[in-house]
Each structure stands twice: as C-alpha cells, then as structure tokens.
Design a protein around this ligand. Structure first.
Ligand SMILES: [Zn+2]
Length: 195
C-alpha cells in the first residue's frame, strides 16, 4: 500500500502500459512541480471518461452512447463487417478512407499464454452479430503479428462453419505489423485486395 499521496500517484501511474517506476516518478514530479492545472485537468478528464465511456452494444468500440455513431450511420454499408483488434485500428481504417462498412472491435486478440481466450474477445458476440442476416462478408483486419494471425484463423473457422463469407486484409501489410501503425495507402490497398 502507498504511504503518501505522492506514493499513491506514482503507483497509479505505474499501472499504465509501458510505464515503469522511473517514468512514473518523472511524470508525477513534473505534474506536481510544473503543471498542477494540467494535473487537475487530467484527473477530471479521466474521471469523466471512466464514468461516461462504455462499449457500443453492437460493435464493442468505445462510445458514450448505447450504440456508437458509426453503427447508427445509415450511410454505412451494413453488408460489410470489418473485425479489428482495437479502437485505434478502427480509426486507422477510417482514416484510410477506403472502407464504408461497419465494424466489430475485439478489444484484444487471442493470446493463450496471457490467458486471453475466445470469451475475452467477444467471439460469440461477433458470430451472433455477423449472423444478423444483413452481413454478407466479414473482413478480418486483425494485426499481422503471430497472435493476430491466430485470432484471424480461429475466427475465420468459426464464422465459415456458420456459412459466412470471410476475407482477410491482403498481404500488402508487412508481417508483424500492428494495423494502427501501417500507413494509410497500404491499408487502403490491403482492403481492396482482400481475399
Ligand atoms: Zn458501434
């Protein structure tokens, strides 16, 4: 347990991904010494976001509504359902401008070693979502990492066994890539060339 307010702050910062003890201390000292206003704004923004942001009932992405704006948009092509790992990957695909269908966000990927299984990525919900009678093609846009490929393979099997058409982003995307870091032109091409 943290003894002081400063210890508690450093401990809370250390829980962030990629932040170790030294970085946590550096951020804590910076905020307290140079940017108390920023610290208060950060605390407030975190509080509000933690209170208001939920998962979309249809695609699981982050939203403040029951159903997110993309899922509600009547201009989107409801016959296409693109499966991504994270909201960041979804944004990358949106920015590529090449996709007008809908999404399903796994909020992770299969990782047996970390104990992340089909239940943790909403596989059953995805299959139910894709079986709504409107979806004609499920595009798997998980990362081209080992875990992303395992996830795509498992989902493809489950979806195909229910008679759904499944495609995968084309191989223009370099192996080992996280979708979120791939350049937009490559994503656009990978979408067009999906198979
Ligand atoms: Zn949604």
């Amino acid at each position: 347990m943290a003894d002081t307010a400063l210890d508690a702050l450093i401990e809370a910062l250390r829980r962030l991904p990629g932040v170790g003890q030294k970085s946590a201390q550096r951020v804590a000292f910076h905020l307290l010494q140079h940017d108390r206003d920023g610290a208060r704004r950060l605390a407030h923004a975190l509080d509000v976001a933690a209170e208001r942001v939920h998962h979309c009932a249809r695609c699981h992405t982050f939203t403040e509504d029951e159903v997110c704006p993309v899922c509600r948009d009547p201009e989107r092509d409801a016959r296409l359902l693109c499966v991504v790992e994270t909201p960041a990957d979804q944004h990358a695909l949106e920015r590529s401008g090449g996709y007008r269908g809908l999404y399903f966000v796994l909020m992770g990927r299969l990782s047996p070693l970390d104990g992340i299984g089909a239940g943790d990525i909403g596989a059953a919900e995805l299959i139910e979502r894709a079986s709504d009678g409107t979806v004609q093609e499920v595009i798997l846009a998980t990362s081209f990492t080992a875990e992303g490929e395992v996830t795509a393979h498992a989902l493809a099997q489950a979806l195909r066994s229910r008679g759904l058409k499944v495609t995968r982003l084309a191989r223009g995307v370099p192996a080992g890539s996280e979708i979120e870091y791939v350049d937009l032109g490559t994503i656009a091409h990978a979408l067009v060339d999906r198979r």
